[in-house]
Structure formats: structure tokens, C-alpha cells
Design a protein around this ligand. Structure first.
Ligand code: MG
Ligand code: MG
Length: 273
């Protein structure tokens, strides 16, 4: 069952989406050589609590995970691509970090992810991240009222193939609204003109993720983290999007990179000045 949202409900989701976008941008700027993944996780916990938001990840216990999840972020490094379990790891020069986050505010969820390079970029990693970002924008552009769900999948898949990447069909985007994961499944490859009709009020998370040299995945011993099967690097980009009569509306758009750095959490600053 797919619940179409009213303009009022989409406006509420946009409030959550704005917070998610701002916090993800802030967390992306935190990712630097020498920073521990748990520092990023703790900063996110602090900001979510401070905002009165609720993490959709905390206590999440899906069939595939070794639940319940007790973190507010998925932090996936290098060959890890989805559901990366935050842990004691200090970021190194050249690491590729994907940050994924979903929260609720006033009962409405938003979900978004980005990939960043820590320190010195490998051009091949840059290209991989770019492909997920271009695919995400192509998927968003295809989320037009009157179109079909397959238009979004086809648009994403076409970008992946044009960059020379294969697409995994096990995980993709999803409906979102009162909860993080709702129908329909939004595959990252497919055929245009197929699938359900896209109607105003449909709210979905579109989330292309690719591995450099494989479409296969493996599960880490930690029971959560999903990695590329061949150890190649991976990237992931995601936005929460509403289909409206006027076209797609991105609810988790991030502020421009020129935004000033966020102040550190008060519990991590010293009193000296
Ligand atoms: Mg997500
Ligand atoms: Mg998602």
C-alpha cells in the first residue's frame, strides 16, 4: 500500500529533509584525516538530540542485520557501501567515506546519503562518486508526475552503464514518509515506461550506489556492513524526493559547499578562549 502525501505533509517532510541535508553537509566537512568514525557518529547523535529529532536507525532491526542497530549513522569506508557500522576507526588519507542518515521530526522521515573523499583523492574514486551523483540527479529528473517508476530506475542504470559500472539489484531506493522504508522499491536499473504510475504525493528515497568493478556484495562479519564482493571501492548518493504536480521536489537538498563550517558540539569544546 502506497500512501500519497498532501502538500501539507510534504511540507512537513521538507522540514525533516532540511535538517538532514544540513547535518549531512556538516558531517561531510568533519570527515578528515585523523578523525575517528565514532567522533562523526557522536556529533550526529548530539545534533539529532539537540534538534528534538529521532533517528530512524536506532533500534532498527531488519531481517538482514544483526540487530538492533545502536547508531544514528551508517558510515561505510572504501569497499564498504551500505549499512556500515560505526566503529573505532581513524580516517586515513585517501579513504572514501559514505555517510547515510535518516531521521524523523514530528513523525515524518527523511533519508539522505553522500560520499566524500578524505584527504588526497584518487581520480578513480572521484569518478565513482560523480557517477552516483549524476545518476541521482538523472533519477530525480525522471520522477515526473505521469511517468513510471521504471523511468527513474532506467535513468539511474543508464548513467551507471555510461560510466562503465554494473548495478546491484539487491538494494535500492524506497518509499518514505511516516516511516523510513515504505513501498515501492526503487531499483537502480530497469526499463523506462514500466512499473507503477508516478502520481503527485508519492515520496521516495532515490539512492544509486555503485562498486568500481563488480555488482556483487558480501556481508561483513559485524552482521551489518555490506561490502563490494571483490574489495573494490564503492560510493552512494541519496535524496528524499516528492513527486508533485510541478515536478520532482528534492526534500534533502544540502546547503552549498561554501557554507561556513559548523561550530563543534558544546560538549567537545574547551572553556578556554
Ligand atoms: Mg539512506
Ligand atoms: Mg534509503
Amino acid at each position: 500500500m502506497i500512501e500519497l502525501k498532501s502538500a501539507d505533509e510534504i511540507a512537513k517532510m521538507a522540514v525533516t529533509g532540511q535538517f538532514v541535508g544540513e547535518l549531512l553537509a556538516e558531517l561531510g566537512r568533519l570527515a578528515a584525516v585523523g578523525v575517528n568514525l565514532m567522533d562523526i557518529e557522536h556529533q550526529a547523535r548530539h545534533r539529532i538530540t539537540e534538534r528534538g529529532a529521532k533517528s530512524c536507525y536506532w533500534d532498527y532491526a531488519p531481517s538482514f542485520g544483526r540487530g538492533p542497530f545502536r547508531n544514528v549513522l551508517c558510515l561505510s569506508v572504501n569497499d564498504a557501501v551500505l549499512h556500515g557500522l560505526p566503529h573505532d576507526y581513524v580516517l586515513r588519507d585517501g579513504d572514501l567515506l559514505s555517510i547515510d542518515m535518516a531521521v524523523e521530526i514530528d513523525g515524518w522521515a527523511a533519508d539522505s546519503a553522500l560520499s566524500v573523499i578524505v584527504g588526497t583523492p584518487d581520480p578513480a574514486d572521484r569518478k565513482l562518486i560523480e557517477a552516483t551523483e549524476v545518476a541521482l540527479e538523472a533519477g530525480i529528473a525522471a520522477a515526473q508526475p505521469g511517468g513510471r517508476l521504471g523511468d527513474i530506475s532506467a535513468a539511474i542504470g543508464e548513467v551507471a552503464h555510461s560510466y562503465g559500472y554494473r548495478v546491484n539489484g539487491d538494494f535500492g531506493g524506497h518509499g518514505i514518509g511516516r516511516t523510513m522504508h515504505e513501498s515501492p522499491h526503487v531499483a537502480n536499473d530497469g526499463r523506462a515506461g514500466r512499473g507503477m504510475r508516478l502520481q503527485p504525493g508519492l515520496t521516495i528515497a532515490i539512492e544509486p550506489w555503485f562498486c568500481r568493478t563488480t555488482a556483487k556484495i558480501r556481508y561483513d562479519k559485524d552482521g551489518w556492513t555490506i561490502r563490494s564482493a571483490d574489495g573494490s571501492r564503492t560510493a552512494h548518493s541519496e535524496h528524499t524526493v516528492a513527486v508533485t504536480a510541478g515536478g520532482p521536489q528534492v526534500l534533502t537538498r544540502r546547503p552549498a559547499p561554501s557554507a561556513p563550517p559548523a561550530e563543534p558540539a558544546s560538549d567537545r569544546t574547551s572553556a578556554s578562549h
